[in-house]
Design a protein around this ligand. Sequence first.
Ligand code: ADP
Ligand code: MG
Length: 628
Amino acid sequence: MAKIAINIATGSLQQEEIIVGIDLGTTNSLVAIIHPESKRPVALKEHDKRPLVPSVIHFGDNGQITVGEEAKQYLVTDPANTIFSAKRLMGKTYHDVKSNAGALAYKIIDGAAATANENKLVKVQVGETFYSAVDLSSLILKELKKQAEHILKTPVTKAVITVPAYFNDAQRQATRDAGKLAGLDVLRIINEPTAASLAYGFGAPSNSPKGGGQATTAKTIAVYDLGGGTFDISILNISDGIFEVLSTHGDTYLGGDDLDAAVTEYWIGEYKFAGDELKHRQVLRLKAEEAKKYLTANELFESVYEGVPVSLTREKFNELIKPIVEKTIGSCRNALKDAGLKTAEVDEIVMVGGSTRVPLVKKMVSEFFGKNLNDTVDPDEVVALGAAIQADILAGNTTNLLLLDVTPLSLGLETMGGLMDVLLPRNSKIPTRASRQYTTYKDGQGSMKIAVYQGERDMVKDNRRLAEFNLTGIPGMPAGMPKVEISFLINADGILVVNAKELRSGIEQSIEVKPQYGLTDEEGEKMLLDSMEHAKEDIGRRALTEAKTEAEQLLQTTEKFLQKNFTLVTPDEVSATSLAMQALQLSLELNDKNLIQTKTEELNDISRPYAERVMDQAVSKAMAGKKI
Ligand code: ADP
Ligand code: MG
């Protein structure tokens, strides 16, 4: 929040330019702000309600869309039209999520089936309508915005939104787009564990007194986040107000839902209810969640279902969920290994997510790290509270903090043979920059394809393509002569900017990496459809243009070369070259891509030998010069 002014007409406090912090969760979402009077972060809620808004969307027959608590009831009564866990679909293709599609009550489809869309981002089908993950998240954000405006009685248009530390570029950009679609100006995307650490005041200026002559000691923090359907562990380092994510690990299909499922399966096996098992499962799941929560503070849960008494002791519950908690401990071990740390080197453990209320979870995490836990801030609210603190930093109210995060996956380029050449390895700190020089492999090559990939595999085909562009207008030079410097810059939001520059000529081009889809508002959708309809033509046209550009450049350079080095080339070579040039010129007039490419190759083959010879002579001359 930048300014607070008093509205003279009403005498009420009016906040201008309020910036809210939003935790857009898989299971629950919420909004927080810095309270104008107490200056402390608070979660927004209507008087009698909890601040949590379930991340659930129901699509009614009449076209009515319900989001949040009200929508949750439809999970049982109308599962086919009720969408939950949309966050897990963010930036994902059908291929990424299909193995888990069976677990969903709603229909997911790949973009190809819906719209013949080549990039195949997953969509959800409700009736006749297809929704992307961005559409769905924007509906949740719209609801949060509406509720916040109702509570604050002022328009809310600016926000900081949190995402898991492992979110890739596509997922971060999708989150940003969802905000935009909901009418929010997303000022910053920050990592959930960073937000949680902020909420605990780690690294805050008040915790690091200045002027005492002593440097503040660095702190290593493990943030353990067990939510409804996801788990992640992040290791952060904080020193002098600088946050750095050292490593992250986790599982996007592990969370409180699995605890509920374990209890449900146990009851189904134990009590053998007659009739529709699917229906039993649905009802028992809700009962299981109730039991789980109850057992946080009690030893025995008792209830009745279908006239049968069902019960669960804390001891049995612990036995059922122990394998699940053990998996999370395995991730903790991996995260520490990646960060190059031992458990004893972790100074603080921060507990995040509703499922960390489970006593066994606390016990096992505390035992693994051999330390007491930080669990005093409400685990449901802690991320949103931290986002509100970050919003306050952006508003200019706190200036002593700086955030540094890491890249979740390696970023690199496609090189010869489809190999992945990594420029920024995973877990690189951001903001960051890296660059490397490349060259051409063909004489007179006028353009260079730059394809950016994300992932850990050696072959780019196994990784995810983020962007592709052509650096054109490289002046004709023998193969290996141009020096093309490609640099990757990741800004503080985790958005990648790729720049390519040919150093001898200075020609330059850059691109901001966006995920492979347009904004799914009407305009974006239309653009996408148009581009798909014409994709084949476009590709054909582009290939022809590129071939022509390359041919024209080769003709020019060859001509210049011959003029300059006339005495160094034999008459036979000159006449063969001029024939090949005429043939290439003709193919250009015929506008035939394949012919142009063949004739370009032929001219290259003829000129290469003498071009190399001349280059060698030039080099030996230069060497000879040195000797004198
Ligand atoms: P997310 O970050 O994925 O949106 P949350 O942090 O809101 O998820 O956590 C939701 C999960 O927390 C649900 O599985 C819910 O059952 C669980 N939960 C909430 N309160 C308790 C409790 N008292 N004991 C155990 N689990 C709880
Ligand atoms: Mg969460």
